[in-house]
Design a protein around this ligand. Structure first.
Ligand code: CMC
Length: 435
């Protein structure tokens, strides 16, 4: 990084001013490099929630929140969603370029030959209660991989990282499907390597030993699109968690398990489940006619009710993934003869009312990816509690690409934020009978 522009920080208490380099990215806001601030002034910066802080430099994903633009390695998400499949997208995120025919065939072969999990994994899974939330199960299973694949644990070794990456991408669908089958008391369905990544996942989810699952091209394509749209999203909470976790040198399975745990929250990946539950509640209370009442609750500062699937830290415009997801929603519902699906109608009515309401307009709150993804998944037959696990499956490649990028960065250091301490100064412990 070279810097021609400088930023000067001055203080009102007469302390000397200090200068910092300003770096330019390829696109997006410039960043002021404050790494020497503490050394020069003995002061830290304060930015809880990282509202103005770039924690790394990255070449992977770029979001223009004002335009509503999302690029993976420079390619618009709209083009990737139409022209590529998920494994091509994985290759792109991991390697920086789209694969040619030979590279794609080799990558697909590599992934498909790692789809099985160690047989012992199922006994580990069987230790969970059958009603456990799939994200609790996934956090355990992904972390548990480190106990099964000790030969690819050294994060510092590029070869071992590559094997772990392939194992994670290949085994996530198997583990999500196993978590589902276990929850409904059905036997696990083994992967079939002659099927595409998404078709194999759907078969593992919905086939059983008595009945083969009939694959529907529209639904398989929709699943694949869900995976592409969720594959990466630059430095969001779970990705930053993975980076911070891996910065200690821990193994990749442990770091990705940390990402899964973070993703679970309703403000992040858990929003798809929360959004569908919200739509179901409005539906149960009377549907479209109750939207006005619901919106009033959302706008009431004392209610803590949020319109789930709306709003984003970075997008101050329509999330491009939400547009593609709405399109996919139409395709899937048409293919299943569910054009009049009441939930979809409710979502569209809710979106329209919210987009015309001053509260949402002023705060630039638009639908995000989670607003329609739940409706698509429900139509495909995915149970609501599994939605976030599907998100985790798809985001795994993004987490790995970001982890690899961090470890390969010569400027990489263990993450260690500082604090503004507002607690008690040093004091003496009194004996118990004097407290
Ligand atoms: N419904 C109602 N009000 C909202 C919403 C919402 N969904 N989102 C933001 N606001 C309001 C918020 O109350 C605040 O108003 P005020 O300025 O009057 O206090 C203002 O908009 C700014 O909100 P914020 O919470 O400061 O914004 P943030 O950038 O910290 O939060 C967010 C972003 C995604 C957590 C938030 O918009 C939200 O909770 N949305 C609902 C959950 C959701 O859909 N999450 C999925 C995000 S996309 C997928 C992913 O990242 O995993």
């Amino acid at each position: 990084m070279t810097a021609e522009i400088k930023a000067t920080l001055s203080f009102s208490d007469g302390s000397p001013s200090v200068e910092f380099p300003v770096h330019k990215g390829t696109v997006g806001p410039d960043v002021i490099d404050i790494r020497t601030l503490y050394g020069k002034t003995g002061k830290f910066t304060y930015d809880p929630g990282f509202l103005s802080t770039a924690a790394c430099n990255s070449k992977i994903t770029y979001i223009d929140g004002d335009k509503g633009e999302l690029l993976y390695r420079g390619y618009p998400i709209e083009q990737l969603a139409v022209n590529c499949d998920f494994l091509e997208t994985c290759y792109l995120l991991l390697n920086g370029e789209l694969p040619n025919v030979t590279e794609k065939a080799a990558f697909v072969k590599q992934v498909t030959t790692h789809t099985m999990v160690h047989e012992q994994m199922q006994f580990f899974l069987r230790g969970f209660r059958r009603d456990a939330h799939p994200m609790a199960v996934m956090t355990g299973l992904v972390g548990g991989l480190s106990a099964f694949y000790p030969d690819s644990m050294n994060t510092a070794d590029a070869k071992e990282r590559e094997i772990s990456a392939i194992r994670l991408i290949a085994k996530m669908p198997t583990m999500v499907a196993m978590a589902y089958k276990y929850s409904i008391g059905q036997p696990f369905v083994h992967p079939r390597n002659d099927l595409s990544y998404s078709a194999n996942f759907m078969r593992m989810m919905f086939a059983n030993p008595c009945e083969e699952y009939e694959l529907n091209d529209v639904l398989v394509r929709a699943m694949d699109r869900i995976f592409i749209l969720h594959a990466d999203h630059e430095q969001n909470a779970s990705t930053s968690t993975v980076r911070l976790c891996a910065s200690s040198g821990t193994n990749p399975f442990a770091a990705i398990a940390a990402g899964v745990a973070c993703l679970w929250g309703p403000a992040h990946g858990g929003a798809n489940e929360a959004c569908l539950n919200m739509l179901s509640d409005i539906q149960a209370e009377g549907g479209v006619e109750k939207i006005g009442e619901f919106i009033t609750k959302v706008k009431d500062k004392n209610s803590s009710v949020r319109l789930m699937g709306f709003g984003h830290r970075v997008y101050k415009n329509y999330d491009p993934r939400a547009k593609l997801m709405r399109e996919t929603c139409h395709e899937v519902l048409n293919a299943l003869g569910l054009q009049d699906d009441p939930m979809f109608k409710l979502a569209m009515a809710l979106e329209k009312i919210a987009l015309e309401d001053d509260y949402f307009v002023q705060r630039k709150l638009y639908p995000n990816v989670d607003f329609y993804s739940g409706i698509v998944q429900k139509a495909i037959g995915i149970p609501v509690p599994l939605f976030t696990a599907i998100f985790a499956l798809a985001r795994t490649v993004g987490w790995i690409a970001q982890l690899n990028e961090m470890i390969s960065d010569p400027e990489y250091k263990i993450g260690r934020p500082r604090q503004l301490f507002v607690g008690s100064e040093s004091r003496n412990v009194k004996p118990l009978d004097q407290r």
